[in-house]
Design a protein around this ligand. Sequence first.
Ligand code: GUN
Length: 305
Amino acid sequence: MTAQLIDGKAFSARIRAQVAEHVTRLKADHDLTPGLAVVLVGEDPASQVYVRSKGKQTVEAGMASFEHKLEADTSEADLLALIDRLNADPEVHGILVQLPLPKHLNEDLVINSIDPAKDVDGFHISNVGLLGTGQKSMVPCTPLGCLMMLRDFHGSLSGLDAVVIGRSNIVGKPMAQLLLGDSCTVTIAHSRTRDLPEVVRRADIVVAAVGRPEMVPGDWIKPGATVIDVGINRIDAPEKGVKEDGSVKTRLVGDCHFDSCAAVAGAITPVPGGVGPMTIACLLANTVTACCRAHGLAEPEGLTA
Ligand code: GUN
């Protein structure tokens, strides 16, 4: 391996420490405790794990955590009524509705009912518009984490060629906007892109966010490029043997084939331990930012785009 490893675990710990420091100051100087409300509808196991982890890290940073767990058959009216209450609650500075929602709920309607100032996911149409026009907004957590890592590694990103693989509203599109905001030349590639390998080979920065295990091989990567792997995919790992129930053990891999990409890239994020831990750290950062903005206070430096 020639690439430098970008350690998201260590980086996210630094961000969380900065958040905790800011929270301590908000309490001491302004008698303010930032509060994050997380709403989970239904019992999706992966979502339950995320929500538990979010609550734990919110409390560890000294903030207030409000968890609302609703039945899978909760009506849209009841969910919207809860969001209205959270919008009006002065102790709640950030609101996150865990996605995906059960099929009978209209995700766009629900997200757009959150007060944009409390939309710590940055998914509200107002925040999407503000980000797209280069105005102050709440920025989606995963792309914000990627941007922080890229800025930390490169310093200035100005003039670099960036290719974002994946056009989701949660990662691909906001990532492209952030890179454009930092003056990269940005290409968004997706499943219909012609000659994807050639497109990726032009990039100084590759952000892979497609959700396909090990889709990007090393021979697509320009020597010395920076690879940010957003994918978290679980695949069978027969080399690890079998579990007690006889099923094959599994392992986590990214959207990039790590060994071959690391042999060519200048820097790369591992999976796990790369982008993953940055997402919750940025959620905590966004909650502090929202709290500061709500009270007309100076925002924490280095924790926003
Ligand atoms: N589900 C998977 N990722 C996310 C995220 O970043 N925010 C929310 N609200 N739900 C998610």
